[in-house]
Ligand binder design. Structure first.
Ligand code: FES
Length: 107
């Protein structure tokens, strides 16, 4: 593992199915990564700001994930919780290099 600001290789892109979250550990943080239906790869904190629901297990629709515990709707692009709920989760830089997914620093 490297420092927080460095990119960390986490998995092969072809191991990340569309719209199915995967949990990875990066620098001691639990991070949920997703491949959206448009092909973009997003990485966010794997803890729902409500009661720590594991967002990697949520249902993905467009750019949003629905928390598996109480269905909060959260943007995987901005990290913002959608109304009527409130809050924000950490998002992380992602990169695809030679078929591998890399996670970078917090955005
Ligand atoms: S823990 Fe995510 S909505 Fe309650």
């Amino acid at each position: 593992m490297s420092m927080t600001t460095d990119k960390v290789k986490v998995m092969r892109l072809d191991e990340l199915p569309m719209q199915i979250g995967k949990e990875v550990q990066v620098n001691g943080q639990s991070i949920a990564i997703f491949r959206l239906s448009n092909g973009d790869v997003c990485a966010v904190s794997n803890r729902c700001p409500h009661k720590n629901g594991p967002l990697a297990e949520g249902i993905v629709s467009g750019e949003f994930v629905f928390c598996p515990l109480h269905d909060w709707k959260i943007s995987l692009v901005t990290g913002e919780v959608q109304k009527p709920d409130d809050g924000c989760i950490q998002t992380y830089e992602t990169d695809i290099i030679d078929g591998y997914v890399y996670i970078g620093g917090a955005k």
